[in-house]
Design a protein around this ligand. Structure first.
Ligand code: DC
Length: 220
């Protein structure tokens, strides 16, 4: 059986991880696994069932009856494609609570490890280099200044036609998410010593992709 390779990418919201990871995966013919999308899908399920995202017992109650998987880069929740629904603001506002629950994380981690056993993957998230795939072949920590990340997210929302937002409110929201993601008890976002640090504040998407590809190809 051919050996499978794994590229693990962690970093805060808005650093460009998923855009970059998707392109890297395509160039290398690996599968891209967006682990944030999995936490979002579970958040969608919690909200669809009218449960309180801050009530851990309620949130945990659906875990055993939940199926989350990818087909051709689309995310499925219990057999239904939910690519668009999981990007809704309601999901973004609640996902950090869901992602801080230990039992939710262990289910997602186990699904993610199985995905990496089957294929060569580029996987991005907050705990990929630390918990999910600590022995990944290549590990990266992709970040950018909070102002730059806020600015990118703001432009993305404006382009989508979202109204009534200010750059400052978007930056504040990213700061709040950074705080929750990096101070939570369960698998907080941190950079491992052996992850290559890429600060994309002054880098284009192409430059970031090239950096990763060069490192991967150079290590072959
Ligand atoms: O990358 P994103 O914004 O789609 O992630 C959504 C949320 O899920 C975010 O609050 C961080 C959390 N997350 C996580 O805790 N662990 C991961 N591996 C991926 C995302």
């Amino acid at each position: 059986m051919a050996r499978h390779y794994s590229i693990a990418i962690d970093g805060p919201a808005g650093a460009g991880k998923s855009t970059v990871a998707k392109i890297v995966a395509k160039k290398l013919n690996f599968e891209y696994i967006d682990t944030g999308a999995m936490y979002r899908a579970y958040t969608l399920k919690v909200l669809q069932n009218n449960l309180d995202p801050k009530n851990q017992n309620e949130v945990k109650s659906l875990l055993d009856s939940t199926d989350i998987y990818f087909i051709d880069n689309h995310i499925y929740l219990d057999g239904e494609m939910v690519d668009d629904e999981i990007r809704d603001n309601r999901i973004s506002d609640n996902v950090s609570y869901i992602a801080s629950i230990k039992e939710v994380r262990s289910k997602m981690v186990s699904l993610q490890r199985k995905m990496a056993e089957r294929k060569s993957v580029v996987m991005d998230g907050r705990d990929i280099t630390t918990v999910v795939l600590p022995k990944a072949d290549y590990k990266f920590y992709v970040t950018a200044s909070v102002e730059e990340r806020g600015n990118r997210r703001y432009l993305e929302l404006i382009n989508k036609g979202v109204k009534n937002i200010t750059l400052q409110s978007v930056i504040d929201d990213i700061r709040r998410r950074d705080e929750i993601d990096s101070t939570r008890e369960e698998s907080p976002l941190t950079r491992t010593e052996d992850s290559v640090l890429i600060d994309t504040t002054e880098l284009s998407i192409e430059e970031t992709v090239d950096m990763i590809i060069d490192l991967v190809k150079g290590g072959e």
